[in-house]
Design a protein around this ligand. Structure first.
Ligand code: PRP
Length: 209
């Protein structure tokens, strides 16, 4: 039985739907259950339902053989896992945004004293450094769009999918940092032990992506 770390939240349903279309599983109906471990004996899979940012940790330590996680989390956490496949779901963008009318039109204009709020301090530091700016990073855990509105930061680095949160809070995007989509990842030892079944799984997924 293979153990799969799934990200609780919006990506989980899309991931199960994809597994269903690839005929890896027969049901996506895990209902209202609050269980954090689910066994699918027919498919010979066991799911661990984890917080998205923790998925690579479970996979790196081998508690899960494989996992599904956004590229944003992989870039931020840099865990020693194999990235097997771009699943083409959960597409969004990592962006830099400022308050509309702030006068900042590009990141270079933010300058050295810039304060940047983000859930992604590593991605933010790396991006600003690549533009020659050593910004002050303010780590937040959610509702990042609040930061420029209340004067906590000059800019934010965050993900956007539909653009609604940015628009409805009077912000504007001044740069795109990188595109994001969900990835299938594997533990490095599990990948060798279960090589054939994992390659078959990747092949089945590739056919429906
Ligand atoms: C994410 C992200 C934005 C929002 C963007 O937050 O941090 O706030 O979604 O989506 P949109 O472009 O479709 O409006 P999430 O819902 O994960 O919650 P959080 O603010 O608690 O991080």
């Amino acid at each position: 039985m293979l153990t799969v770390a799934l990200p609780k939240g919006r990506l989980m349903d899309k991931a199960l739907e994809l597994f269903d279309r690839a005929k890896i599983i027969e049901t996506t109906n895990y209902g209202e259950s609050r269980k954090l471990i689910i066994e699918d004996n027919k498919a010979d899979l066991r799911y661990i339902l984890a917080k998205p940012t923790d998925v690579p940790t479970y996979v790196e330590y081998g508690v899960a053989d494989i996992g599904i996680v956004g590229k944003d989390v992989l870039k931020e956490n840099k865990r020693a896992v194999y990235e097997l496949l771009d699943l083409g779901i959960g597409k969004c963008q990592m962006i830099v945004a400022v308050k509309s009318g702030s006068g900042f039109n590009k990141v270079q204009e933010l300058g050295f004293s810039a304060k940047v709020a983000s859930k992604y301090p590593n991605c933010t530091t790396e991006y600003f450094r690549s533009h020659g700016i050593q910004a002050e990073i303010i780590k937040l855990n959610g509702s990042i769009e609040l930061a420029p509105i209340v004067g906590l930061a000059d800019a934010i680095v965050d993900i956007t999918e539909t653009g609604r949160t940015i628009a409805e809070n009077g912000l504007e995007i001044i740069a795109e940092v990188f595109p994001i989509s969900a990835r299938l990842i594997a533990n490095q030892v599990s990948y060798k032990i279960h090589y054939h079944s994992l390659r078959e799984m990747v092949k089945a997924l590739e056919e429906v992506i």
